[in-house]
Ligand binder design. Sequence first.
Ligand SMILES: Cc1cc2nc3c(=O)[nH]c(=O)nc-3n(C[C@H](O)[C@H](O)[C@H](O)COP(=O)(O)OP(=O)(O)OC[C@H]3O[C@@H](n4cnc5c(N)ncnc54)[C@H](O)[C@@H]3O)c2cc1C
Length: 390
Amino acid sequence: MEKQWNVIIIGGGIIGLACAYYLTEAGQSVLLLEKGDLGEGASTSCDDMIFLQSKKPGILLTIALESLDMYRRLDQDLPASIEFESRGGMVLIESESQMSHMQNFVRQQKALNLDVELLEKDQVRKMAPLVSKHVLGSTYSPMDSQVNPLQVMRGFVKSATAKGLEIRRHCGVKALDNPSPYHWKVTAEDGKIYESSFVINACGAWAPQTGELTGLELPIKPKRGQILVTESVPAFGKTNFWSADYIVMKLNPDFAKERSALMNDLGIGLSMSQAESGNYFLGGTREFVGFDKTVDRTALHLILKEAVRFFPALEKVNIIRTFSGFRPAAADGKPFIGPVATQPGMYIAAGHEGDGIALAPITGYAISQMITGKPLPYDFNELSPARLGI
Ligand SMILES: Cc1cc2nc3c(=O)[nH]c(=O)nc-3n(C[C@H](O)[C@H](O)[C@H](O)COP(=O)(O)OP(=O)(O)OC[C@H]3O[C@@H](n4cnc5c(N)ncnc54)[C@H](O)[C@@H]3O)c2cc1C
């Protein structure tokens, strides 16, 4: 039996590592157990965006804005370049009906201090001269930003290990016992037992399996996303880009009728973000297919077709890589960040779906504040597992 830690984190994706970073900053002794290699789940099979414009006004936009500020500080504080950049984002609008939905959405976002505006056709072309002529307008926010998730995780690991974080890789957790309140015995697949006062389930799309070890039913499912990566090219415009149709469909499900059945089945909404290296990430799908990691030609073809529809010049650009990953999708679309009321010492930090990169800093910070009994910057009740009776 090894020594006792204050906190054991299960799962070494960006969320588990953010928790490790803020907890070690707060002086806690922390052990992190990862069943494979660090970042082998969604956190290295994803885009790189801190995309604020997709967030519905409410708690998610509020904490995303806070998280963006935290990334600005991490860019200075972490001992690795996290490639943080506020390149801004444009949501490209193709029809009058999309325009009226986006006008309303932008009004609500502005009320929550998101710096966002609507651009006319001519202004769009100034910002993105290569955009297709059929685009009617766009939204624009200079606040949409990006980071390199791999570099963020490296930064968290380097900084937290310097403050005492211990990490066991290839150390999946297979049993969790709770002999008394705030006393956890965590058994790894090799039979070793680790003890702590607190446990954090940060297993992303696999959080339900870890939850089951203590009888919890966590409503989180893997939502597959397929992505194409282009060769390094000059920028197609000043910002990153999204198509409005998927955002509008989320606001008004009737809008699905204006899209093809296949686009709806695959959940395709175009996103285009350019990494510091010049490669574009073209995404993506949103599919419930269990843990099937296949990338399929139909989906890739449709994503590419969408991208070329908005930027015809992309037709001449080579695709160098494709991949897929599993977004941890919670049943009500909100992450679980908080304690399990019936299991003293057990915390959940999972279910961030397509926002886990954007929300990692605020999640790690909030969990650390909760565990150390310090005040929170916002009311996290809406994100507590208790909201769904957990
Ligand atoms: C295609 C795609 C594009 C995306 N784009 C963006 C984006 O632009 N911006 C954004 O903010 N988010 C984006 N996301 C979402 C983001 O990637 C996720 O929300 C985030 O990575 C989730 O992090 P996590 O740490 O919760 O999960 P993961 O990174 O999946 O980590 C969970 C870890 O737990 C480990 N684990 C599981 N079970 C056990 C066990 N029993 N014992 C020990 N370890 C275990 C796994 O091996 C894994 O390493 C995207 C996701 C996808 C798939």
